[in-house]
Every structure is written in structure tokens, then in C-alpha cells.
Design a binder for this molecule. Structure first.
Ligand SMILES: N[C@@H](CCC(=O)N[C@@H](CS)C(=O)NCC(=O)O)C(=O)O
Length: 210
């Protein structure tokens, strides 16, 4: 029975899991999420993506990617077997999720709230965190091809959607050439290029402006 991915083509964390599926040509059914109740029935935390594998429900994008490595491996391995390299990969994955994706989601979340319920500090705090993340990544990526070293992996799956959407809410300008070059390599990667192409018809749904 093929895997089923419950996801939405515009969702950043769903992109994070689509990238490894496309990298390895893993067969799966894409089930587009409508109301979030559908996800809540599978995963009470009600966040997508959710992967179903023959009745087993796997949630959380990083765990789904580790699960794919374990149970549906392909020619690209997303977390290296060598423990120190695995640690670096997981560290970078945490940085992209916690310090790029989370602040950008906070900015977007604030945009879609009713005006009288917006968090006045969300923009300022999130932009300050994004600036610190961009600066740290600029140093980290100066001599690296991929986020955790020579090989494309889990951290790059987290980097692609988070840096793509972060650029929309808090542009980097021209201060981070190594980071820009890295984003260029991510966009040129066929798996991510395909994700972007499939998301294009939905791009108008992204809330612009503060
Ligand atoms: N830690 C989760 C985060 C997932 C997440 O935030 N998903 C968003 C879409 S990008 C979501 O389900 N949002 C819907 C909502 O919060 O109602 C993961 O890594 O999968």
C-alpha cells in the first residue's frame, strides 16, 4: 500500500517533507487537506503534514523524514549514519525550524488575525530573531555546499521552505551573500524546484503585508 501524505501545497512544513519524497522518487498519494478537522482526526495536535503508512500515523516533519530514512530509504539518506554528522544535521534542522520558520510563522499568523487582536511585539521580536538567524547562518554556510556539510539532507529540507517564506516576510537584502548563494543552490535542486512549481497556483493565498 503506498504512503499517504496529508498536506497542503502552500504549507511550509509540508514542503519540508515533499522534498525528501521527491528526492528519492518515493511513491505516495498526496491527500490535500481541507478543514483541519481531517488532520485532527489523525493527529490531535492538528498540524500538517501527517504521513500514513499502512495504518501507522507519523507526525512532525523531522520525524517523518527520519521515518522515511528508516522504513523507505532511497539513494539520498537524510540523516547521516555517523553520529557526529547526524548531530550537526539535527542541530541545523532545529535552527531552521525554531529560529527561521517559527518567527516567520509568527509574523504571518499576526497578519491573518483580526486587527484588534494582533500581537504588537510579534513583528519586532520575530524580525530581530530572523536577523540573528541570518547572521549566524551566513557564517555557518560560508564554506559549506549544504546546510550540514557536503551532503544534501534533513537540514536542507527544513532550510528550503523556511528561507523561502522568511524572504517574503523579512527580506535579507544584500547583507548575506553566502546565504543567498545557498538559497540559489536550494532553488536549483530539482526536488525543491518541483515543490515551488506545484505551489505556484496557490501562491496568491499567501497573506502579504503587515
Ligand atoms: N512542528 C510541526 C509544525 C507543523 C506546522 O506548523 N504546520 C502548519 C502548516 S505549515 C499547520 O498545520 N498549520 C495549521 C494550523 O496551525 O492550524 C512539524 O514539524 O510538522
Amino acid at each position: 500500500m503506498p504512503l499517504t501524505l496529508h498536506a497542503h501545497p502552500l504549507s511550509s512544513y509540508c514542503w519540508k517533507v515533499l522534498i525528501p519524497l521527491y528526492e528519492n522518487g518515493t511513491p505516495f498519494d498526496f491527500r490535500q487537506v481541507g478543514p483541519m478537522d481531517e488532520i485532527a482526526a489523525l493527529w490531535p495536535i492538528a498540524k500538517m503534514p501527517v504521513l500514513e503508512d499502512d495504518g501507522r500515523v507519523v507526525a512532525e516533519s523531522s520525524i517523518i523524514i527520519e521515518y522515511l530514512d528508516l522504513h523507505h530509504p532511497g539513494h539520498v539518506r537524510f540523516v547521516p549514519a555517523e553520529p557526529e554528522a547526524a548531530l550537526e544535521t539535527r542541530m541545523l534542522d532545529r535552527v531552521f525550524d525554531s529560529y527561521v520558520m517559527t518567527p516567520l510563522q509568527r509574523i504571518v499568523g499576526n497578519r491573518i488575525r483580526p486587527a484588534d487582536r494582533r500581537d504588537p511585539l510579534a513583528g519586532e521580536e520575530s524580525r530581530s530573531l530572523l536577523d540573528r538567524s541570518y547572521a549566524w547562518l551566513e557564517t555557518k554556510l560560508a564554506d559549506r555546499r549544504w546546510a550540514a556539510g557536503d551532503d544534501f539532507g534533513l537540514a536542507d529540507c527544513a532550510a528550503a521552505p523556511s528561507l523561502h517564506y522568511a524572504e517574503k516576510v523579512h527580506p535579507r537584502g544584500d547583507r548575506f551573500p553566502a546565504l543567498d548563494a545557498y538559497v540559489g543552490r536550494l532553488r536549483a535542486r530539482p526536488s525543491f524546484a518541483r515543490v515551488l512549481e506545484e505551489a505556484a497556483p496557490y501562491a496568491h493565498m499567501f497573506p502579504e503585508g503587515d
